[in-house]
Design a protein around this ligand. Structure first.
Ligand code: IMP
Ligand code: MG
Length: 177
């Protein structure tokens, strides 16, 4: 088992690239079934979801579209969770079947604050797909419709997720020790 160091912290291998891709293929199959005959619009939340969104999208066979938004949260020492939209939505979602694509649902704050903006535009359906979910950390009520892995409340890096900017390039997931 090879540990890695990112900034000041050590991480151990957690979910392999093979395990991640297998789960993503299963999720894609579910989505292909649920959205058969439809034209869903995937909204991927940058930065963290870029790898997940890319691999998921490759395995979709429905007529899917994708666009990107960038949400950033001002995180002070107490994580006040004030979410700003750094790159907004440029696509009309009125009457569309929308699926939000997130890397990880932690407290749930980011997505919870963003949902009303989307609901205001009256999509015909609005679902959430997340690679990871930390149920113990989620304090904002949220229905996660599609989730690849439920994980314990420990910090992870890799596969698009960062620790202070680094670690996104790792093709697998590592957990802090
Ligand atoms: P939430 O608003 O608390 O649900 O946090 C969502 C965002 O925090 C995620 O989209 C990630 O960018 C970041 N985040 C939460 N947990 C982790 C983690 O374990 N590793 C890396 N980023 C994380
Ligand atoms: Mg994110």
């Amino acid at each position: 088992m090879s540990l890695i160091k990112v900034h000041d912290k050590y991480f151990k291998p957690y979910l392999s690239e093979i395990m991640i891709i297998e789960k993503i293929k299963e999720l894609a199959a579910k989505l292909n079934h649920d959205y058969a005959g439809k034209n869903p619009l995937f909204i991927a939340v940058l930065n963290g979801s870029f790898m997940f969104a890319s691999d998921l999208f490759k395995h979709l066979s429905v007529d899917a579209e994708i666009c990107f938004i960038k949400l950033a949260s001002y995180k002070g020492t107490k994580s006040t969770g004030h979410i700003i939209t750094a790159i907004g939505l440029d696509t009309d979602i009125n009457g569309r079947d929308v699926i939000i694509v997130e890397d990880i649902i932690d407290t749930g704050k980011t997505i919870n604050q963003f949902l009303p903006q989307l609901n205001n535009q009256q999509p015909s359906s609005l679902k959430i797909a997340a690679l990871l979910h930390k149920p113990e950390a989620t304090v904002y009520p949220l229905k996660i419709d599609y989730c690849c892995f439920s994980i314990p409340n420990k910090f992870v890096v890799g596969y698009g997720l960062d620790y202070d900017g680094l670690g996104r390039n790792l093709p697998e997931l590592y957990q802090v020790i």
